[in-house]
Write a protein that binds this ligand. Structure first.
Ligand SMILES: Nc1ncnc2c1ncn2[C@@H]1O[C@H](COP(=O)(O)OP(=O)(O)O)[C@@H](O)[C@H]1O
Ligand SMILES: CC(C)(COP(=O)(O)O)[C@@H](O)C(=O)O
Length: 317
């Protein structure tokens, strides 16, 4: 890449949390005429205070070009970010060179919403840096479209846009999906054991095309209804475990640590979609949970719920 001037004409930075889906129900798939705003999923999950900071620098240039780095590395397979960038390039007239840096502390492919987080933070940062003038809602809708087109998520972007523990009670992207949000204080923490990744696009294609799909989807829908009547972390964890079992995920890599925690009376489940065990616990149980989970292989993440959702951190134009 040739940068014509070393001084950017605009810089913008946005942060987007990661997210864990506990259970979901995806409908309205396969309708190519349906506006992306009206596509998505019902479900429940929570945003975490680990995520992706996306920085956009715009340089004057003789032609239109861009480069994207993830944690300093070029040439990663970042199709969601490419989709978002190309959308914004189509909105501007003058040639510029855009340099994008994603600084991520989310492992990719473990059901922690990395694709949605990259898409949403980047959409905010590009909108600011390029002065494309979308509202933050429109920028979030654009990211939601990217996640759906790339088949890397359905309800992740609207959840990360909202923050907190969310219950998505109607299908749609930001501005359309109805959400019941519960904030969780720092007296609660999430412990997450990332054992092995699962590609969301592959799992979703199998799941949506599988024979058990309509049954599992109906269960997800009923869970949304029941949790809506009385929301509690315990109930969310129970529903999530049941849902992950129906998807066959509790019999995989997570089986042993799930059973180990359960034998001590601790609830846990599997993040969709990854071989990723998670639990939401009051802080006083943290020591006990770590003692158990540190015996298993994988990256152990200890974090809190992000109650704010995605946000712009800095703009210089
Ligand atoms: N930081 C990132 N920047 C851009 N694209 C990303 C980033 N992280 C993930 N992706 C894209 O999302 C895909 C993984 O998404 P997915 O399987 O849904 O995992 P996750 O559960 O972590 O969201 C990657 O193959 C990549 O195309
Ligand atoms: C479960 C999933 C379809 C994918 O989630 P992730 O892999 O974390 O992007 C999510 O977007 C949802 O609709 O709830």
């Amino acid at each position: 890449m040739v940068i014509v001037s070393q001084v950017p004409i605009a810089v913008s930075k946005a942060y987007c949390p990661g997210h864990v889906t506990g259970f979901f129900s995806a409908q309205n798939q396969g309708d190519p005429d349906l506006d992306f705003k009206f596509q998505g999923s019902l479900g429940a999950g929570f945003s975490i205070d680990r995520g992706i900071i996306s920085t956009v620098r715009v340089f004057p240039s003789s032609d239109m070009n861009y480069e994207i780095k993830l944690n300093g590395m070029l040439d990663c397979e970042l199709r969601v970010s490419k989709y978002v960038t190309e959308y914004y390039l189509s909105l501007i007239q003058k040639p510029v060179l855009i340099s994008i840096d994603h600084e991520s502390n989310l492992p990719i492919g473990y059901g922690l919403g990395s694709s949605g987080s990259a898409a949403l933070g980047l959409s905010y940062a590009l909108n600011e840096a390029l002065g494309t003038g979308l509202s933050s809602l429109q920028a979030a809708q654009m990211a939601h479209q990217a996640d759906i087109v790339c088949n890397t998520g359905r309800g992740t972007v609207v959840s990360e846009y909202t923050g907190g523990v969310e219950l998505r009670t109607s299908i749609g992207g930001p501005g359309v999906c109805r959400i019941q949000k519960t904030e969780l204080s720092s007296e609660w923490c999430a412990v997450i054991l990332c054992m092995e990744p699962i590609k969301t696009d592959i799992f979703l294609s199998k799941y949506l095309g599988g024979s058990k799909f309509s049954n599992i989807n109906e269960v997800g829908k009923q869970m949304v209804k029941q949790l809506g009547q009385s929301m509690s972390v315990e109930k969310f964890m129970d529903f999530s475990f049941k849902f992950a079992s129906l998807c066959g995920l509790t019999e995989g890599k997570c089986k042993e640590p799930l059973a180990h925690l359960r034998s001590k009376g601790l609830k846990s489940s599997v993040a969709l979609f990854g071989h990723t065990l998670f639990t939401l616990i009051p802080n006083y149980q943290l020591g006990q949970v770590i003692d158990i989970l540190k015996r298993y292989q994988g990256e152990l993440i200890i974090c809190h719920v992000d109650n704010l959702g995605a946000r712009i951190l800095k703009k210089v134009r």
